[in-house]
Design a protein around this ligand. Structure first.
Ligand code: M6R
Length: 602
């Protein structure tokens, strides 16, 4: 939700550097973009509506070593050039980019207007450069002015600011991610005495993976000041230094690129040939400890948002069927209403690909204030959720950049299955099943299979509605299928528990309505086929995703029999189908309208 990228260092082409970096962050927002850079003692700004991918970095040729850039996902104010970041102060000396929401912006704006400040946009962000400008009337120190301004802002934020008269880049964080990439100099750009060629300040690690894998994490309530040769971290409130370690991260640039694929979504679907096995590669002792924590907890709650919430719902079935263990599931955005049931002995399990989702962070804070323990199942290295949780399990999917979550989901499902098997005292059996499933996915994702799904997508892409049914763990996968199809193709899709249809939704079925039935060879297989026949009798065009053919199906999409891991294999053809539904309707599946990859506002 908005991408931030800043650079300060010894390079003289900072404008170009930040435009290139911002292109790696476009998945965080693509309403509009903007760049500010400092050269010859003044700050220049260029911004526009549209996609940063359409901008040529060579056009930013001013010699400069300090620049900031932003790609926007609109919250306050429509998608206009004036509302795009960076925003500037009245004297145009200060430029600011921002992620988050200034909750008290109306009060601040009124006060600033009374002091003579004029505003040109409808955004909450614009008050920040004016606040800094106001503070600079009492302190000439730019960093001190940014600190004072941040103390007046209510709400979650990540802010990066530059000033025409200062050689510093100043950034602050409270609730929205900001990560520093540290590049040691050994190449064409002369390093400083410290050995540092420059610092990259970004919302996410993939933004600077082509430059460095050495990172420093800014925590909530902290700020940083850098002159490009060194960096100083401090507490926003007290000003006290906060020493930071440098951490080498595991992700590689190659993992973050789409390579020969036309879209990240398809690349990430295909990554599942290996990513499920990576999710399974967990430390047995740690999984057993977590299983014990669930067994001993007085109330285990699973929360996530969107696709991650569907992984939680599937886990409810895994824990029940495999381990006869009860857990409570809620969308993270609803969780605070259940705080009465939290005790210090309760356990909250949060699931998040990005590790930055605002509603999930709020759920964690609710649990922590009740003294409960929090386990996070995350993908992004070093994310806020991973760092704030008591324990974190990584799904090791590698960077996921398409807005539609694919390989993260199957990794989450694999980790939940491992824990369920561990709870049942059968961890090795679970591991074997998952590794066999991973091998089966590798076979499944072959060119003929992909082509078959492409043809099916082309056949149904003009339909108004698609319905998906499933029972047991295929029910959450039916809900997930609907999300996948909706978000990238904009076709109306809805998922149901198979048995629920005859209680209302079946009235929606017309002659030829595509109905997808997700089925496994399990105790509910017969019921699921009956549900498909009910739809067929009302004219539904039945697409069966199942290990076995049935007369109920008009089209059969074969999947391997994966027993308890069926949810993992059944969702994969749906991901491919959703991808081709988008493509055949002329939509870009990597950039669905109105959405952003990481939802850092509530
Ligand atoms: O990063 P998270 O896993 O916390 O994100 C949660 C949802 O925003 C995300 O799964 C969303 O629903 C996806 N766009 C679905 O494909």
């Amino acid at each position: 939700m908005c991408g931030i990228f800043g650079y300060i260092g010894s390079r003289k082409d900072a404008g170009k550097v930040v435009v290139e970096g911002l292109k790696n962050l476009e998945y965080r927002g693509y309403d509009s973009w903007g760049v500010a850079w400092k050269s010859n003692g003044s700050v220049s700004v260029r911004k526009d509506i549209g996609k940063i991918s359409d901008v040529r970095s060579e056009d930013f040729s001013d010699e400069c070593s300090l620049a900031i850039a932003h790609t926007r996902w609109a919250t306050h104010g429509g998608v206009t050039k004036l509302n795009a970041h960076p925003h500037t102060s009245c004297d145009k000396q200060i430029a600011v980019i921002h992620n988050g929401i200034v909750e008290n912006y109306e009060d601040l704006r009124r006060d600033l207007a009374a002091k003579g400040h004029t505003f040109v946009s409808q955004t909450d962000t614009e008050i920040i450069p004016h606040l800094i400008e106001e503070e600079m009337k009492t302190t000439k120190d730019f960093a001190a002015a940014v600190r004072a301004a941040c103390l007046k802002i209510h709400g979650r934020f990540a802010v990066v600011a530059i000033h025409a008269a200062s050689a510093m880049l100043v950034a602050a964080r409270n609730g929205s991610p900001l990560i520093v990439g540290v590049k040691r100099g050994k190449g064409e750009h002369a390093p400083a005495l410290s050995g540092v060629e420059g610092y990259f300040i970004a919302s996410d690690i993939p933004a600077f993976l082509d430059q460095t894998r050495t990172v420093q994490y800014l925590d909530d309530g902290e700020m940083l000041v850098s002159d490009g040769k060194s960096i100083f971290f401090s507490d926003i409130r007290t000003g006290e230094e906060r020493p930071k370690r440098e951490i080498e991260i595991q992700w590689t640039q190659q993992q973050a690129e789409k390579g020969a694929f036309e879209h990240y979504m398809l690349k990430e679907i295909m990554d599942q040939k290996e990513s499920v096995a990576r999710a399974v590669n967990q430390d047995d002792a740690q999984i057993m400890t977590l299983a014990k924590a669930i067994r001993e907890a007085q109330g285990t709650f699973l929360v996530g948002c969107g696709t991650a919430a569907k992984a939680c719902l599937a886990a409810e079935y895994f824990f029940s069927v495999i381990a006869e263990t009860h857990v409570n599931v809620a969308p993270a955005s609803e969780f605070k209403l259940f705080h009465h049931f939290l005790k210090p002995e309760s356990l909250l399990i949060v699931v998040s690909q990005s590790g930055e989702t605002a509603d999930v962070l709020e759920a964690m804070r609710v649990a922590k204030s009740a003294g409960s323990k929090v386990l996070a199942i995350v993908n992004n290295e070093g994310s806020t959720i991973a760092r704030e949780a008591d324990y974190a399990l990584r799904i090791n999917a590698g960077p996921e950049r398409a807005v539609a979550s694919t390989k993260a989901l199957t990794g989450q499902l694999a980790v939940f299955l491992l824990i369920a098997y561990a709870l049942a005292g059968k961890l090795q059996e679970g591991k074997t099943l998952l590794l066999e499933t991973s091998a089966a996915i590798n076979d499944l994702l072959n060119p003929r299979y992909i082509e078959r799904l492409k043809t099916l997508a082309e056949k149904i892409s003009a339909k108004r509605d698609i319905f998906i049914i499933g029972k047991s763990w295929n029910y959450p996968m039916a809900l997930e299928s609907a999300i996948k199809i909706q978000e990238v193709s904009y076709i109306h899709a809805e998922g149901f528990a198979g048995g629920e249809l005859k209680h209302g939704p079946i009235a929606l079925i017309e002659e030829g309505t595509p109905c997808i039935a997700l089925i496994g060879k399990d105790e509910v297989e017969g019921d699921s086929i009956s549900n498909a026949i009910e739809l067929k009798s009302r004219g539904g065009y039945i697409i069966g995703i199942s290990p076995e053919r049935s007369d109920a199906f008009d089209e059969w999409i074969r999947v391997p029999d994966a027993t308890a891991a069926q949810a993992i294999v059944n969702i994969i053809p749906i991901q491919v189908l959703a991808y081709f539904l988008a493509v055949s309707r002329g939509k870009n599946p990597d950039m669905p309208r109105n959405l952003a990859k990481s939802v850092t506002v509530k």
